[in-house]
Design a protein around this ligand. Structure first.
Ligand SMILES: Cc1ncc(COP(=O)(O)O)c(C=O)c1O
Length: 374
């Protein structure tokens, strides 16, 4: 029964599961493999957040699917304070269980709302869940070309695809490339064509080049900003994020998601209030990532690889020698005992590249540096 019916969906292997063999090579080093493949934070969440989760008050009832008033208010206050973007927590903000489920699910719900549209537009070098969300909704996944600076090229979108689009995804700062988009221009593009523009901003506070960008700077009409505490607060294990923007879209998605039973657990919502209420831990984390990115670039230089520092996010995105990303991943496992991600995980346009996540702790990076002779 595990074989799908003819024409049925056969889930591909999960990208990171394909790294088992390379991980085994890295693990032969004394001290074991240092995993720089998945973008999962290696540092702990702040203690105020963990304490709030442990003492959430009465948590026996079902939590509100849209998020508690306290959580939505903490998010709106954070958005105003850190991004300069005002939001009404009553109508323009809602919770998600981390953002991956939202990214994977939203094309399906938008298509239910407008069955005449069947296409998801997304950056051609990007987090793979944008394309997977299209597939899971029975939509066409149409990759949008990127410019050499890794920003999306809106002019390259075929008008026929735009007419059919349930949404356009953007990701600023971008995983894996660190690219930054002109989000105000993207909002205008979507409004002109009636296409919701969904802006995944989970790395927004790790913007290195200029101030943080949010699509909400263009106003809320026709757009959603998608945010996560996974990266901001090293809280990936708790699963909590939020989406915010156009009140009609937020209202519709809140209703659908309530019917489907999407709820962030109550104690996690209490912790989210503490996380969005505090900035000191994020500033400390920013410093850590900058130091680690520089350090990793220095480590790669010892094996002859030049990796530019990104404009945002916490990944190095580098061209593989001879365009052989899998070979480079294997070489790095053999020589440095690290596991990195071949570029094809982020789309067929980036097979000659690879990604290094600066997520390992400083102690693990000490080990890699010593293997590199530094
Ligand atoms: C661009 C991007 N969006 C969304 C996510 C999902 O994060 P989470 O589900 O933990 O909020 C990730 C995780 O790596 C990501 O890189």
């Amino acid at each position: 029964m595990s074989t799908p019916a003819p024409g049925g969906f056969d889930p591909p292997p999960y990208p990171y599961d394909r790294l088992a063999e390379i991980s085994a090579v890295a693990a032969t080093h004394v001290g074991g493999a240092v995993d720089l493949s998945v973008g999962t934070p290696g540092d702990p969440p702040p203690s105020i957040v963990v304490e709030a989760m442990a003492n959430p008050g009465p948590a026996q009832g079902y939590p509100p699917s849209a998020g508690t008033v306290a959580m939505r208010t903490a998010f709106a206050e954070w958005s105003s304070r850190r991004l300069g973007a005002g939001l009404d927590p009553e109508t323009e903000v809602a919770a998600c269980i981390g953002t991956k489920e939202f990214v994977a699910g939203v094309p399906h719900w938008l298509r239910l709302r407008d069955p005449g549209r069947d296409t998801v537009l997304y950056p051609e070098v990007s987090y793979p869940t944008y394309a997977m969300g299209a597939t899971l909704a029975g939509c066409r996944a149409v990759a949008v070309p990127m410019r050499p600076d890794w920003s999306i090229d809106l002019e390259a979108i075929d008008p026929g695809d735009a007419e059919r689009a349930v949404c356009l995804w953007l990701n600023t700062p971008a995983n894996p490339s660190g690219g930054l988009d002109d989000l105000v221009a993207a909002a205008a593009w979507g409004r002109k064509r009636g296409v919701p523009v969904l802006s995944d901003e989970c790395y927004v506070e790790f913007t290195w080049d200029g101030p943080p960008r949010t699509i909400l700077h263009a106003g809320c009409e026709g757009v959603l900003a998608v945010h996560s505490l996974s990266k901001r607060s090293n809280f990936a294990g708790a699963r909590v994020g939020a989406y915010a923007g156009d009140a009609d879209l937020v209202g519709y998605l809140r209703k659908v998601r309530q019917h489907a039973g999407f709820m962030v657990p109550g104690p996690v919502q209490a912790a989210a209030v503490a996380a969005w209420g505090d900035d000191a831990h994020v500033d400390a984390q920013r410093d850590r990532y900058v130091r680690r990115l520089e350090r990793l670039a220095g480590i790669l230089a010892t094996v002859g690889i030049e990796a530019p520092l990104p404009r945002g996010a916490f990944y190095l995105w580098a061209e593989a020698p001879d365009g052989d990303a899998w070979g480079t991943a294997r070489m790095l496992a053999e020589r440095l005992g690290v596991v990195v991600s071949p570029g094809e995980f982020y789309g067929p346009a980036s097979t000659g590249w690879f990604r290094v996540a600066a997520v390992a702790t400083d102690e693990r990076l000490d080990l890699v540096a010593s293997r590199a002779g530094l």
